[in-house]
Each structure stands twice: as C-alpha cells, then as structure tokens.
Design a protein around this ligand. Structure first.
Ligand SMILES: [Mn+2]
Length: 335
C-alpha cells in the first residue's frame, strides 16, 4: 500500500475575516515554502508576500481568502488571494509605490510584485479581485506556465485528489487523479496511481492506463485524466468523474471522460486527439470543482494559469469534496 502524500503537498486555504489572519498567513506561507524546499531567505519572503496579501484582504475586501500551495513543476510556492469585492478601479495606480487608499494597499502590492518571481492581477470592479504571487527557488524552470490548487475537503488533513506534470520526450504529460471519496483512503488510492504513473509516464496512453489500473487495484479506486502534449498536438484519455477543457482563441472545449473507475472497472481505452495551438491553456480538474464555469469560460480564457486555477477554486468549489485544479499554458502566441 502506498503512503499518502504529506500534508505539505496540498493547498492551505485560509479565510481572511479578521486581522489575526495576517499572522496566520505568514506562518503558513513560511511552512509551505520550507516544506517545498525553498532555500535561505525565500520562506521569509513568502511569509511577507502572504501577510501583505492577507492585510489587503482584511482592510479592503469582502470574503477574502488565501490559497497557499507548493509549486507543482519546480520549487516554489504560489500564494493566491481572492475576494468578492469591491475590486480595484485602477490596477496600475494601486501597484505604483506610494499609492494608498486607506494606508498600505499601494505600497504593499508594489512590494509583493518586487519579491515575487511571477505576479498577476485580475480585477473586475464590483465583483472582486484575484492576485497571484509566486516565490521561486533560483534556477527553477518557468516553462510551461503551470499552476495547481488542491484544497482538501473540510475537516480533512489530506486531499484525495492529486495532480502531476512530467516532461515526456518533446512535450509534457499532465495527470489529474481523484481517489474515490475523500480522506486518507482516497489519498492512498491517488498515491498508488501516481506511483504507477511515474514508473514510465511516457508510455502510450492505453498501456499507461493498464498500469495505473493495476497499481490502484488494492485501493478503493480513482477517477483519472491524462493529457499528453507534443508540440501543437495532444491526446487525452479520462476515466471517471474528472473534467478537462481546452481554452484557445477565446473559447473553451470540454474533453469528455469515459465511465469507469481506475483500479476497479477499466473500460476499453479510447484515446482522443486534441489540437493544442500555441498559447492554448489546458485545464484538468476533479469533481470538487463544479462544471458550471465552462459555459462562461470565455472570460477565463485570457487568464494566466495561476489566476485561472484560483478563480475556479474560489468561485466554483464544491465544498463537500476535495477540490483540485491543474492549469497549464503551452507557450507561444497564436499566429
Ligand atoms: Mn471527488
């Protein structure tokens, strides 16, 4: 039986509804950054970024939340702040040092932007703001842009969902697993799938799923989706209740999974070819994210992966289950 992943692999989710959350945010960010392997003063930088974001939420936002996750591809920590309003009327002015509304908002965001290796803001006045800041270890590769959020179900220490990205030859292979149910047994099922996946993530998808199925047999089973990219071509195979979508050219296309449970009932593998023009974003998510974001996904299509993942988990999370999102943007702009 595989060991479930440590708690440090998952997203720590904090509600910022009191000034005391600022200190909690700093402590959690430092812990996640250390567990992720960030060296020297970088865990302290992550703590400063998290406390500035929490402080902004406490002062200016409604229903402010922070999502603090280890980076999936490389060494680092992602800190995403999300709220439901009021939104920044002028992002550039808020980012300029010295701009203040009720004290430290402008100076705080300017400082965060300088400390973060990557920084992005999306704001809709009246609706809310998403901010993502990534603190990265030196030398960490940034291509392709990958973001993930994986929030355990309420009351659980571990998530039964799991995401991974592996370089496979001239491209990447993306994995999303949802161990049935939630809690430690679900996490054990996901970990067994990942272990089988990592024996050779580059093998042809039907053979890969046979291996995943074998690896998960002693567990309660899992829903699994795999997308493999090579240049502008991809292929997809999903079994069970996991969702996948391709965002390109301002539109979103859903990739359908087959009924079944990896480890219990494996249907005949039908691999679906997928076009991935340069600049395409691929999203895989567990059923802890409601599918109702897709019809309105044209507004999501332009978001960088960190903001897209944050937006899905913040606005479309199903709170009774583990909720995981993996978003990857393949480089290059459409011709
Ligand atoms: Mn689930």
């Amino acid at each position: 039986m595989s060991t479930p992943l440590a708690t440090g692999e998952f997203t720590r989710h904090l509600r910022v509804d009191h000034v005391s959350a600022v200190h909690v945010a700093a402590r959690v960010a430092r812990t996640v950054a250390k567990a992720a392997g960030l060296p020297s003063s970088l865990p302290d930088q992550a703590a400063v970024v998290a406390s500035e974001l929490a402080s902004n939420l406490d002062k200016h936002a409604r229903e402010g939340q922070l999502y603090i996750s280890p980076v999936l591809h490389g060494t680092g920590v992602d800190i995403i702040a999300a709220d439901t309003g009021p939104g920044m009327l002028d992002v550039d002015r808020c980012l300029a040092d010295g701009h203040t509304t009720t004290g430290t908002l402008g100076a705080g965001l300017g400082a965060i932007r300088r400390m973060a290796a990557e920084f992005a803001v999306h704001t809709v006045p009246g609706e809310g703001t998403l901010i993502s800041a990534r603190v990265l270890a030196p030398g960490t590769t940034r291509t392709p842009p990958v973001a993930h959020v994986n929030v355990p179900a309420p009351g659980e220490e571990v998530s039964g969902d799991l995401a991974a990205v592996r370089e496979t030859g001239a491209g990447f292979t993306l994995l999303m697993v949802d161990g049935l149910g939630h809690g430690p047994d679900a996490a054990a099922a996901s970990a067994a799938v990942l272990e089988a996946f990592d024996r050779d993530p580059a093998r042809p998808l039907p053979a890969l799923f046979t291996e995943l199925h074998r690896g998960a047999r002693q567990t309660r089973g899992a829903a699994v989706a795999v997308l493999r990219q090579r240049g502008t071509r991809g292929e997809f195979l999903g079994i069970g209740n996991v969702s996948a979508a391709v965002l390109a050219g301002g539109s979103a296309r859903q990739l359908l999974s087959l009924p079944g449970v990896v480890g219990l009932r494996l249907p005949p593998a039908t691999v679906r070819p997928v076009e991935l023009p340069p600049g395409t974003t691929v999203v895989l998510h567990s059923d802890g994210i409601s599918g109702d974001w897709l019809p309105a996904a044209t507004t999501s299509a332009g978001l960088v992966p960190s903001l897209l993942a944050g937006s899905l988990v913040h606005r479309h999370r199903v709170t009774r289950d583990d909720s995981a999102v993996l978003a990857v943007k393949f480089p290059g702009e459409p011709a």
